[in-house]
Structures are given as C-alpha cells and as structure tokens.
Design a protein around this ligand. Structure first.
Ligand SMILES: Cc1cc2nc3c(=O)[nH]c(=O)nc-3n(C[C@H](O)[C@H](O)[C@H](O)COP(=O)(O)O)c2cc1C
Length: 186
C-alpha cells in the first residue's frame, strides 16, 4: 500500500498583486513541497464572496464560493493562514471568508491542525494580528498548538532568499506535520 500524502494548504489573507503575504505563502509552499508534502496556495480571489450579513444569507443563501472554499479547507490535512496585519488584526478579506465558511458547517476545521503566519514589510511581523487569529482559531476548536510564525522585514528577506527565514519556515512546517501526526482526511 502506498504512503498517504500529507497535504497542506496555505491561505493568504491578501489578494494584492504585490502581496508580501502571498509571497510568503508561495515560499512556504515550495519549502513544504521539498519536505514531501502536497502543498497548495489557496487564493481568496478565486472565492469571491460578499461581506457577510444575515439578511444576505437569508435572501440568497451561502455563496457557492464559500461552499467551495469550505470543501478545499476540509480536504486538506493542514491549513495555514498567512495574513497581513491591519490595525492589529487579520484582514477583513480573511475574516469574512472564515465567517462564511462557518455558515457552511459550524466548526469545519475542528481538530484540524492550523498554522498561523503573518508577513509585514516593517519589523513587527504581525504579532498582534496573529494573537487575534489565535483567538478565532480557539473558538473554532482547531489544533493551533504550533506557535505562530510572524515574519518582519518580509519583503527584503524573501527577495534575498534569506537562509535563516527558510530555516524558520522549514521548522514551522515540520512542527505542523508533527502536530497533525498523520491526521489525513478520508
Ligand atoms: C489598513 C491597513 C492597516 C495596516 N496596519 C498595519 C499594522 O497594524 N501593523 C503592520 O505591521 N502593518 C500594517 N499595515 C501595513 C501592511 O503590513 C502592509 O500594507 C502589507 O504589505 C500588507 O500585506 P500584503 O502585502 O500581503 O497585502 C497596514 C496596512 C493597511 C492597508
């Protein structure tokens, strides 16, 4: 019998063309691939949704994009959210996607291993936004035991292919794989 593949989906919380968080997600996916994972970057641009409100849901239901995103996330063994920090919190784009996905099923990522990353052009590394994301993940009852990875000065570090950053990402992904311990979806 063949070895089961370890799948890991990186979800940037930005859809900007020049997003440093997309760049971090792509670098991380390449490193995860080198570690033997089936790694994907899930672009929220491919899952356009209106801003959540209950009247909208009552009138037209849950958007197809939310159902598709829900299924993509559920199907991945590990999910990694890679969000910019906007005023100390994750982006509305990412929070809105999370909110809609929880209207497809209440706790879709329950017990799944979820990693949290943030890239900032400045030195802060999105520490405050990562704390907020941790609170959200706790409410969804995911396994978020692996400490978040905030990457300050991310634009230059990624452009320079900084070996210290590559090592940090490799250790982060390896920790996620251990935390998930082969919890491969059926
Ligand atoms: C509304 C807004 C709020 C921001 N707040 C923060 C912040 O709290 N901390 C921080 O380090 N950077 C902050 N920034 C700067 C972002 O880190 C920067 O724009 C980053 O490039 C956004 O991520 P992206 O490149 O992946 O789109 C903010 C940017 C915007 C547009």
């Amino acid at each position: 019998m063949g070895r089961q593949e370890r799948s890991i989906a990186f979800v940037p919380g930005s859809r900007r063309a020049d997003s440093v968080n997309v760049a971090l997600a792509e670098l991380s996916a390449a490193i995860a691939t080198d570690l033997g994972c089936v790694a994907t970057v899930v672009h929220l641009d491919d899952f356009a949704m209106p801003m959540y409100d209950g009247d909208c849901e009552d009138e037209v239901g849950v958007p197809d994009a939310a159902a598709r995103l829900h299924d993509v996330l559920v199907a991945s063994e590990i999910v990694v959210l890679v969000s910019p920090e906007y005023n100390g919190a994750p982006t509305p784009l990412l929070k809105n996607a999370i909110d809609w996905v929880t209207r497809v099923s209440k706790r879709p990522l329950e017990n799944k291993t979820v990693g949290l990353m943030s890239a900032t052009p400045g030195s802060g590394g999105g520490t405050s936004g990562l704390k907020v994301l941790s609170v959200i993940m706790a409410s969804l009852r995911v396994n978020h035991e692996v400490p978040p990875l905030g990457v300050g000065k991310a634009r230059s570090r990624i452009a320079d292919n900084d070996p210290v950053l590559r090592d940090e990402i490799e250790r982060f992904v390896s920790s996620l794989l251990v935390a998930s311990a082969g919890n491969v979806p059926a």
